[in-house]
Design a binder for this molecule. Structure first.
Ligand SMILES: Nc1ncnc2c1ncn2[C@@H]1O[C@H](COP(=O)(O)OP(=O)(O)OP(=O)(O)O)[C@@H](O)[C@H]1O
Ligand SMILES: [Mg+2]
Length: 394
């Protein structure tokens, strides 16, 4: 599993959770709750089986008088590894919310199967469905808190609905308030809380019934960058310390970059690409992925070149190459080797080095004489550097 770029130390560790042992004890309490899917789920191979499986899933919304039918999802095959953070990224209307709502039975697929912890959600009804729904918590962009209830009252609501007795509810709520760092805000109403604090209440409420899966629908989209970081750090803790699988949907690629292990790209109801997080950034293949990734890897041709780019070489012209390095900086003398081995001028036009999932990813745009293009590509291939011809200038 790749490194996470947010360390736990940066997370909002509440004062009351000062030692590992204390955290472990609290986590045992948080996890040891009846009413999870585990009671009904088959046990064999569950450690390796994906916790969520979409198999050939489609979702069609029927036509209404004033609107046509919509195919929101079309042939989705996707496995979510147990205890992972899987990101789903896509533009508005791509089908992200519809996909996530199939996991907790808020929507039913028109075709295919959604299996959560060994159970086909669409096959459940009544009590069994409600029990399965308690095994998936959900958080939202606009928090969806009840304004008439305090932080404490919002967190306890799912436990009241599940019929817990008052003493147990109270003990659980205190643990959750500690976990999300809001013990001192327990009696505050949503109107008295900041956006980040409201989302912490949302996370505590979602974790109340000890879910194995947390569904996050644009949970940081309404927050400023700093608050977003602290919520992402909290989600990372929830994943690492409680082992909760997180299915995180967003249209913001930087959110994916911060905490996800894997990512699937949804475009017009279809998964057009899925990969480990580093590979997605290093080698995006679908145009939608490329445009998302570009905003992070951010290496675009400067205007003075982009404006006069030619599809083919001109005599005496220049070839523009986009080089991607996925190794450590020590492996990067390829540009100087172009000059040394081929006796040509290789000029760096622009470039960027950054860490994705703890690994360095460098992208440079380099200009070489067009006559040396073939030799340059050959040498770069020999050196293990990915190179793509972007075009030519006269
Ligand atoms: N209940 C519904 N009835 C009819 N059409 C729907 C319904 N829910 C969603 N849709 C349509 O399905 C498509 C996917 O919607 P969805 O809400 O899943 O997109 P999204 O990726 O979450 O978008 P956004 O980023 O804007 O939240 C859209 O065309 C939407 O209009
Ligand atoms: Mg949505």
């Amino acid at each position: 599993m790749p490194d996470r770029s947010i360390s736990l130390a940066e997370g909002p560790i509440p004062d009351s959770l000062t030692s590992r042992a204390e955290i472990a004890i609290k986590n045992i309490d948080l996890l040891e709750d009846p009413g999870s899917l585990a009671e009904t789920a088959p046990q064999p191979d569950m450690a390796v089986a994906p916790i969520i499986r979409f198999a050939g899933v489609s979702k069609r919304f029927a036509a209404r008088r004033s609107s046509d039918a919509v195919v929101a999802l079309d042939g989705i095959d996707l496995d979510v590894p147990r205890s992972s953070i899987l990101g789903i990224i896509g533009r508005s209307g791509a089908g992200k919310s519809t996909l996530i709502r199939l996991v907790n039975g808020l929507e039913r697929p028109s075709g295919g199967r959604v299996i959560v912890d060994g159970v086909e959600i669409a096959a459940l009804k009544g009590r069994a469905l409600r029990q399965a729904q308690r095994a998936t918590g959900m958080i939202f962009q606009h928090f969806n808190l009840l304004s008439s209830r305090t932080a404490y009252g919002n967190i306890t609501l799912p436990l009241e609905i599940a019929g817990w007795d008052r003493a147990r509810i109270n003990a659980r709520a205190e643990l959750l308030l500690d976990l999300v760092g809001l013990a001192d805000k327990r009696n505050r109403y949503p109107a008295e809380l900041s956006g980040g604090q409201k989302q912490r209440v949302g996370i505590a409420r979602a974790l109340a019934t000890s879910p194995k899966v947390l569904l996050s629908d644009e949970a940081t989209s309404a927050l400023d960058p700093e608050t977003t970081q602290s919520i992402l750090a909290l989600l990372t803790r929830v994943n690492v310390e409680l082992g909760v699988t997180i299915l995180l949907i967003t249209h913001e690629i930087h959110v994916i970059k911060e905490i996800c292990h894997r990512v699937a790209v949804l475009d017009a109801g279809q998964i057009v690409e899925q990969a480990e997080i580093f590979d997605l950034f290093a080698r995006p293949s679908h145009p939608t992925t490329r445009s998302f990734v570009q905003t992070i890897t951010g290496v675009a041709l400067p205007e003075e070149f982009a404006g006069r780019l030619l599809p083919g070489p001109k005599p005496g012209g220049t070839a523009l190459l986009r080089l991607t390095y996925t190794g450590e900086a020590a492996e990067q003398p390829a540009i100087s080797r172009l000059g040394r081995d081929l006796d040509i001028d290789a000029n760096i036009i622009t470039g960027q080095i950054q860490r994705i999932a703890g690994r360095p990813l460098s992208v440079f745009i380099v200009a070489v004489p067009a006559r040396a293009e073939a030799a340059a590509l050959q040498l770069l291939a020999k050196l293990g550097t990915e190179a793509e011809v972007m075009g030519y200038v006269a």
